[in-house]
Design a protein around this ligand. Structure first.
Ligand SMILES: Cc1ncc(COP(=O)(O)O)c(C=O)c1O
Length: 493
């Protein structure tokens, strides 16, 4: 018996050390199972784009493939073939100019982040190779993006020594302005990254306009700056809902595209894809050939081993749903997002910042409210089990705090209606709980000292400048030094 045994009476060792002795398997299961109950409920986690429900038949297939290492291609040729079919299906969906329909160039990754690292590296290598041939310096590569890009672009830039040149956002424009982006392109630019489905608001960037403006600039300068499209969430939305929208390989400068299989590709966490326009866009240096597992095997991912289940699941979804199924699921998500938007508008307190066209999500700010209210609403919804993140917008829009609800396949109409009623109740609670005392205003005079590292600075607040004016002006005796770091918005993925 487990619940009356010593295993639930003795405290677990406090230190993070491996226990000396073994315990029965049922007990290990129960202890972990019980503790995991304290996690949030994934189905109510509206913070994430990542799939939280799949059909039981697919769950079964995933379990069946869990013990296969995907990288053992010679040993698991069928799994490899399923991956190749997926790559080709996605390349076709993105209108890659394929001469032979089986020859698409791409690979399955752990997610869009790994896919972006690979695409970025391909741009960097291609640019460096060209500069070397031209006898020009190749040590200061940069990449142009909007300030709304997901943190993985910052990682790419930092991990691989590429300067990230971000186009600032402005009031009412929460995505990259293509004109400003093209103005920032110089001879050291390895590429421009456009986002199809901004993480913050779900909006699509105008890739067509970017392509046209960049084509003109390339013509004038003689450069051939390419475009990568980060279609992490939009890659499995746009082809089904807006087939006429030109954002993919129909545009000549689009050389690579990433998409997350685990977002609107409808697979559980752990699968992304990167597709190149053609073989020429993937420099040879990025491809390694190994033969110790059997036949010659090209590999161009950052990690070597990985599970096969996600690949199998992606293939299941493509086969099972087809274009018809994806269209139905995504249209349904859009309709539920529309109902949520209407419900929020009806409260009279929400300012919707997401667009109707884009990813099925609703991002909204609270009208005439302090920053704190958005965080309070997020916290109040947590009491009902909902996970709805509140976050501040990037540089130049930090005064805006936004809440975001991602509408996934498993967030049905019934749940949307419950969510709206919980938001209404939470909003009135926040009103009721409003502090009776006005928030004290604090005035600072600051001196900013920058350090060598561009992402870090320190704010020196001289002692004489801090005045506490709640009752009477008062000067704080000690000077205060505050570290300032440049970071991406946390909590949204
Ligand atoms: C636009 C965009 N790019 C990249 C990523 C990173 O994707 P992944 O979580 O698949 O690595 C995200 C995640 O939300 C995203 O929204």
């Amino acid at each position: 018996m487990f619940f009356a045994s010593r295993y639930v009476q003795d405290p677990l060792p406090r230190s993070y050390r491996m226990p000396e002795n073994s315990i029965p398997k049922e007990v290990a299961y129960q202890i972990i199972h019980d503790e995991l109950q304290l996690d949030g409920n994934p189905r109510l986690n509206l913070a994430s784009f990542v799939t939280t429900w799949m059909e039981p038949e697919c769950d079964k297939l995933m379990l069946e493939s869990m013990n296969k290492n995907y990288v053992d291609m010679d040993e698991y040729p069928v799994t490899t073939e399923l991956q190749n079919r997926c790559v080709n299906m996605i390349a076709n969906l993105f209108n890659a100019p394929l001469r032979d329909s089986k020859q698409a160039v791409g690979v399955g990754t752990v997610g869009s982040s790994e896919a972006i690292m690979l695409a970025g590296l391909a741009f960097k290598k291609k640019w460096q190779n060209k500069r070397k041939i031209e006898g020009k310096p190749f040590d200061k590569p940069n990449i142009v993006t909007g300030a709304n890009v997901q943190v993985c672009w910052e990682k790419f830039a930092r991990y691989f020594d590429v300067e990230l040149k971000e186009v600032k956002l402005s009031e009412g424009c929460y995505v990259m302005d293509p004109k400003k982006a093209v103005d920032m392109v110089d001879e050291n630019t390895i590429g421009v990254a456009a986002v199809l489905g901004s993480t913050l608001t779900g909006e699509f960037e105008d890739v067509k306009l970017l392509n046209d403006l960049l084509t003109e600039k390339n013509k004038k300068t003689g450069w051939d700056t390419p475009i990568h499209v980060d279609a992490a969430s939009g890659g499995f939305v746009a082809p089904f809902l807006y087939p006429e929208l030109e954002w993919d390989f129909r545009l000549p400068l689009v050389k690579s595209i990433n998409v997350s299989g685990h977002k609107y590709g409808l697979v559980y966490a752990g699968i992304g894809w990167v597709i190149w326009r053609s073989k020429e866009e993937l420099p040879d240096e990025l491809v390694f050939h190994i033969n110790y597992l059997g036949a010659d095997q090209p590999t161009f991912t950052l990690n070597f081993s990985k599970g096969s289940s996600q690949i199998v699941a992606q293939y299941y979804q493509f086969l099972r749903m087809g274009i018809e199924g994806y269209k139905k699921v995504i249209s349904n998500c859009m309709e539920n997002a529309r109902i949520l938007r209407k419900g929020l508008e009806k409260t009279g307190r929400a300012q919707i910042v997401s667009k109707e066209r884009g990813i099925p999500l609703v991002a909204f700010a609270l009208k005439n409210k302090s920053k704190r209210s958005a965080f309070e609403l997020s916290k109040a919804l947590r009491h009902d089990g909902w996970i709805v993140p509140a976050y501040t917008m990037p540089a130049d829009l930090e005064h805006m705090t936004v809440l975001r609800v991602v509408v996934r396949e498993d967030l049905g109409r019934q749940l949307i209606e419950r969510l709206i009623s919980h938001i209404n109740a939470a909003l009135s609670e926040i009103e009721y709980d409003a502090p009776l005392v006005p928030t004290p205003k604090i005035a600072f005079t600051v001196e900013v000292t920058s350090s060598d590292d561009k992402d870090e600075a320190s704010l020196l607040i001289p002692a004489t400048s801090i005045q506490w004016k709640q009752h009477k002006p008062q000067t704080i005796s000690k000077a205060k030094e505050v570290q300032v770091f440049g970071t991406k918005t946390k909590g949204v993925c």
